[in-house]
Design a protein around this ligand. Structure first.
Ligand code: S6P
Ligand code: ZN
Length: 197
């Protein structure tokens, strides 16, 4: 009879507040203000916004810490505030996974927004999300979320513990598309400062 490997991660349960996205007794809470997101939004618009205040853009509640091992899962909630810098909606930094073949599942809890994804070959995909939307990030797709609504956009993310983060590629090259406010709602437009790859 196979034995169960001894592992430091026992079974557990966390309470997730569906309305606020707050995870009780989290391992970590990360706060991203506009000043933490230099280079993300169009520079002139961001400088103008920073001159008046330093708004909260999003928070990430990491439920637990897990061994950085294949087979383990992590989960977190993200709460993106409603708002814009110029015509660009508040959004996350975005990343590829450091282990690029690791997938992820997003589940919408509150508000509305989208999951903007791209491959290094230049394919772009936008999945619109609201409460109840389960959106899949396949392996190799860089991903960013955008709050296109007027309330906080809240979602749960579940991902392999060894996925890791590659923020550098996005910081250096950007996303091929931007999600901006148009007269009739959000629009997907090319990013003129995208540097490919
Ligand atoms: C982790 C997952 C999310 C994001 C979070 C913030 O793989 O995709 O938990 O970390 O939405 O986004 P970012 O791009 O700042 O990590
Ligand atoms: Zn991810």
């Amino acid at each position: 009879m196979p034995s169960t490997p001894i592992h430091p991660m026992p079974p557990f349960t966390k309470q997730v507040d569906l309305a606020s996205g707050i995870i009780h007794d989290p391992h970590r809470v990360q706060t991203r203000r506009l000043s933490d997101l230099r280079g993300l939004f169009h520079a002139a618009d961001a400088e103008a916004a920073l001159a008046s205040d330093d708004p909260l853009v999003y928070r990430v509640y990491d439920a637990h810490d897990a061994p950085n091992a294949a087979g383990q899962l992590l989960f977190s909630t993200t709460v993106i505030e409603p708002g814009r810098i110029g015509d660009e909606y508040f959004m996350t930094k975005g990343h590829y996974h450091a282990k690029e073949d690791r997938a992820e599942l997003y589940y919408g809890l509150q508000g509305e927004g989208c999951l903007l994804m791209q491959t290094r070959d230049g394919d772009v995909n936008v999945q619109w999300m609201r409460s109840g939307s389960a959106a899949y990030v396949p392996p190799y797709w860089g991903h960013r979320t955008v709050n296109t609504g007027t309330e906080p956009f809240v979602f749960l993310a579940v991902f392999p513990a060894d996925a890791g983060y590659d923020y550098g590629s996005i910081r250096e090259r950007g996303f091929a598309s931007r999600i901006v406010a148009g007269e009739d709602g959000p629009r997907i437009v090319p990013n003129p400062s995208y540097r490919g790859g």
